[in-house]
Design a protein around this ligand. Structure first.
Ligand code: URP
Ligand code: ZN
Ligand code: ZN
Length: 457
């Protein structure tokens, strides 16, 4: 007996067509017309679009940061993801100083195991690359971890210097591991922040003013230069602005192995949102900060023409009432990060597809197919094709929904998109052929999500 998703419009990165989808043992086994046979279980998808489940390659669940911990654990964060049509994510495992990478992975696995409702993998954030840790990079693929992340910002906590970056890039290249960088110049930002606070400039808007685009561009160009010398593959996370994008475009034109993502929030908000009345702007404090309208236009163009190949969330949720408030008198103490794992597909469909920036096929590429291919999940996730996991979203193109924290599923107490009206939402969501959301109701079993053992890059 097979599962048949019948009568929907299948959407891939290349096109769309009417087809039934047959699923056996959690895998897609056929696409075609009238596939149902006696005894098959049928899900009627007529009138709906069948999209590959979303893949969010940049999230921070249960992550200790700035004296607190992100408020979504692996259950609440993944329930929010599933309700928004995301079926896999890659979270950041952060190496505590002087810890081994293996020990850090064990800690992160302990947080996820028994909680997960969607499939998940880890990037390894290397914060303390001592010689034995550098040696360990070669072992990461054995554990299914084929990407490391380096922070060029967050002085004295997560930041690594150029020698460390160079060494990590080299080891990662040799191991078939992709290096991700948070590209901002943390040293210069540290000076600007201290000077601002000394002048009494403590409101949330100074977070944006002390992290200018030039410092993102400088770090982006520096990381690219080091990676190019080594011939190492490089992926720039959460790219937010025109000058950093220019560095990426120049590198790609030279044939360098450089890819980059942006994140949902950078299309919708600007630095002016950090200047909302009272302390409200703290909700938008993330790094890099939201920029200008002109940067938004450049990002829309870049996800359209391929300079940016992935849109992720950087979901890093801190509650407004008890966590963002830590920086009420000093913006440097506001935990950095914004939520968005549940809203990503809906708001991008609304503004990106309905707004005429890209096609539904490109939407699928940016939110599922490219993330899978970039992170060692090609052939397994991110596409509706035989041999792939049956991770699918039945998407109702016309269903209206008003985004609000009241009905969202994250543990956070606000949404950046509060009150935004969208038309087009996930209705039913499947992972490996099992429903996790049925007719907009959560039906996932806690612990059913599986660890993603990813291929070398
Ligand atoms: O502000 C942000 N982006 N917080 C999450 C950590 C990071 O830099 O990705
Ligand atoms: Zn970052
Ligand atoms: Zn992040």
């Amino acid at each position: 007996m097979s599962l048949i998703i019948s009568g929907g419009t299948v959407v891939t990165a290349q096109g769309r067509f009417q087809a039934d989808v047959r699923v056996d043992g959690g895998k897609i086994t056929a696409l075609g017309q009238n596939l149902a046979q006696a005894n098959d279980e049928i899900i009627d998808a007529s009138g709906q679009h069948v999209l590959p489940g979303g893949i969010d390659v940049h999230t921070h669940l249960s992550m200790p940061s700035m004296g607190t911990v992100t408020c979504d654990d692996y259950y609440t964060g993944q329930v929010a993801a599933a309700m928004g049509g995301t079926t896999s994510h890659i979270d950041f495992c952060i190496q505590p100083k002087s810890s081994s990478l293996r020990a850090a992975l064990d800690t992160w696995q302990g947080r996820a195991s028994g909680q997960a409702v969607i499939d998940y993998g880890f990037h390894m954030a290397v914060t303390d690359p001592q010689p034995d840790v550098l040696d360990e990079i070669a072992t990461l693929p054995e554990y299914g971890v084929t990407s490391i992340k380096l922070f060029l910002a967050y002085k004295d906590t997560l930041q690594v210097d150029d020698m460390a970056m160079f060494r990590c890039l080299e080891r990662a290249r040799d191991a078939g591991v992709l290096t991700l960088v948070h590209a901002e110049n943390g040293d210069a930002i540290e000076v600007l922040m201290a000077e601002a606070v000394a002048r009494g400039e403590t409101a949330p808007k100074y977070h944006a003013l002390t992290r200018p685009p030039e410092l993102e561009a400088e770090a982006t160009g520096r990381a690219i230069a080091l990676a190019e010398v080594l011939g190492a593959p490089l992926y720039i996370v959460h790219l937010s602005c025109r000058p950093a994008l220019a560095r990426v475009r120049e590198a790609q034109a030279r044939g360098a192995r450089v890819t980059a993502e942006t994140c949902t929030q950078y299309f919708f908000f600007t630095k002016d949102d950090l200047d909302r009345p009272g302390f409200e702007g703290a909700k938008w404090v993330c790094s890099p900060p939201p920029r200008e309208k002109e940067d938004q236009a450049a990002l829309w163009a870049a996800v359209g023409d391929g300079a940016l190949s992935v849109i992720s969330t950087d979901h890093c949720p801190f509650r407004f009432d008890t966590q963002k408030s830590l920086g009420r008198d000093n913006f440097t103490l506001i935990p950095n990060g914004v939520p968005g794992i549940e809203e990503r597909l809906m708001v991008l469909h609304q503004a990106g597809v309905r707004g005429g920036h890209f096609s539904l096929e490109r939407f699928v590429a940016l939110t599922a197919t490219n993330p899978a291919r970039s992170f060692g999940l090609g052939g397994v996730k991110g596409a509706i094709a035989p041999g792939h996991d049956a991770d699918m979203v039945l998407w109702d193109m016309e269903r209206p929904h008003t985004i609000t924290a009241q009905t969202n599923h994250s543990a956070i107490d606000y949404s950046l998109y509060e009150g935004m009206e969208v038309r087009g939402t996930p209705v039913t969501v499947m992972i490996r052929g099992q429903k996790v959301v049925d007719q907009c109701e959560l039906v996932a079993q806690r612990g059913s999500g599986q660890f993603l053992h990813r291929q070398r890059i």
